[in-house]
Unconditional design. Structure first.
Length: 202
């Protein structure tokens, strides 16, 4: 058999890799699972919660939960609202930015404008139907009686209206980011405008 050339032969003096120093695959999987469990729990936070409360809901122990919460806080996913004890709450602005940035990357300006126009028309339709500017002003029982509809139908409309408002805000921000060429929205201060006149470029 032909011997490999000298430059292809292993160096007998080379240090062998220390495979024993590598992480146990089971530990890697376990850490990934813990992160996902805490992440899923964080996405459901509507009120500030302590590390212990989040750990109790998520499953991993307090120490692992605390470390991941600090990491999530550095990312901007959560905000720390208390120190003694430490409390965390979901940073919804981060989620809005993330969704807007994905839309900015996925669609060109004409498509963003088309989608924004459609959702604004949907919101305007709800405003006309309920003769109010926002869904929070609706009195469920009164609206059901006036429209002759079940209360559950009114609840469904409110949920759809609120979802449309969220879509409008995300699309507004995505369009501003696209126009400014800034993925962080710095061209507009990073804020989501409460108005619908972004379509006019004002």
């Amino acid at each position: 058999m032909q011997q490999p050339s000298d430059d292809r032969q292993a160096d007998g003096d080379a240090e062998r890799p220390d495979f024993g120093s590598l992480d146990d695959p089971a530990d890697v999987v376990r850490r990934g699972r813990s992160r996902d469990q805490i992440y899923t729990t964080v996405l459901q936070l509507r009120e500030p919660a302590t590390v212990a409360e989040i750990a109790d809901r998520a499953g991993p122990g307090p120490d692992a939960t605390r470390e991941y919460l600090r990491w999530f806080a550095d990312m901007g996913l959560v905000r720390q609202t208390g120190t003694n004890p430490a409390e965390y709450v979901l940073n919804r602005s981060f989620l809005v930015w993330r969704r807007a940035n994905r839309l900015r990357e996925e669609y060109r300006e004409p498509e963003l404008v088309r989608r924004l126009q459609a959702v604004i028309e949907e919101i305007d339709d709800y405003r006309e139907q309920y003769e109010t500017e926002t869904p929070v002003d609706i009195v469920i029982a009164d609206a059901a009686q006036r429209r002759g509809e079940p209360v559950t139908d009114i609840w469904d409309d409110i949920a759809l209206w609120e979802t449309a408002i969220e879509r409008r805000d995300v699309l507004n921000l995505a369009l501003q980011m696209r126009r400014s060429g800034d993925e962080f929205g710095h061209g507009t201060g990073g804020d989501i405008p409460p108005r619908d006149d972004i379509l006019a470029g004002r």
